[in-house]
Design a protein around this ligand. Sequence first.
Ligand code: MTE
Length: 318
Amino acid sequence: MKPSVPIPPSEITPYHLYLSRREFLKAAGIVSAGALLAAACGVQPSSESGSVATPVAPSVSAQTDELGDPLNTYEEITTYNNYYEFTTDKQRVARLAENFKTSPWEVEVGGLVHKPQTFGLEDLLKKFPSEERIYRMRCVEAWSMVIPWQGFPLASLLEAVEPTSEAKYVRFEAVYDPDAMPGQKSKFYPWPYTEGLRLDEAMHDLTIMATGLYGAPLLPQSGAPLRLVVPWKYGFKSIKGVVKIELTKFPPETLWNTVAPQEYGFYANVNPQVDHPRWSQATERRIGEAHRRPTLMFNGYEAEVASLYEGMDLRRNF
Ligand code: MTE
């Protein structure tokens, strides 16, 4: 993965300014709801009904995570993205993904399960009520954000298909659509993007399938309409645009582990003591902050997840 490109502070609208601009525009009555979101994201809707997702007022239950750190702004979260299917340039993903079609959408859930099933997105939303989770996201490139997701525990979905006793791992596959995703024309990456978890990691309550953020449906750049979020692991595990989930007996191959196994392990737990071969993981840059901050073991979720790795050598199983 390339080193991250710093965002000049001038490019980021603080949340309060974003809100006041939005309130001003609303009071002035001069723009549609679609245009408001587009203004927030720095993208233009293609029509009044818009190809961008219908916006709602950003709605969250808290302004900080449980450690007291402020949420990143909607604008930061939706304009600085890693989504290699579109481009490796974080600040161009939103625009390139703007017209990506995320409906209709189906997810096939199968492999070592008693009740394989293909779910339409609406079925998923109906069957698994969404809840808010405010999580830190720590990219392996050493930048981070605090994001208020909406989603449901992956465990509920896996329970619905009833894994067999042979199932030990979960494989995730992202959408493959090179006509709509220009980055997939690159022969360097083994598309589609794939990821994997051990079954107990996948069943952990912190692991969610996200469908929204800040109270609005996910935009394409964030992995709409459905992405994985595993907050104690480096961000690359949180695969976007999921179309297939498969229970397996053996650890599945993953895109990053295939491309550079010496750099990206299967576990990819956030660990400030185990450096990336090309840079330190001891500190990180929170998007919107000037100074680096220490990286926390398991990204600050040690109390919840350390027991999953008891007795394992975390240097070897990185
Ligand atoms: N999922 C897919 N399908 N393609 C990607 O390129 N990038 C990963 C992850 N999920 C990626 C992906 C990486 S490296 C990170 S850090 C996070 O998505 C970034 O998520 P965000 O853009 O919502 O912050």
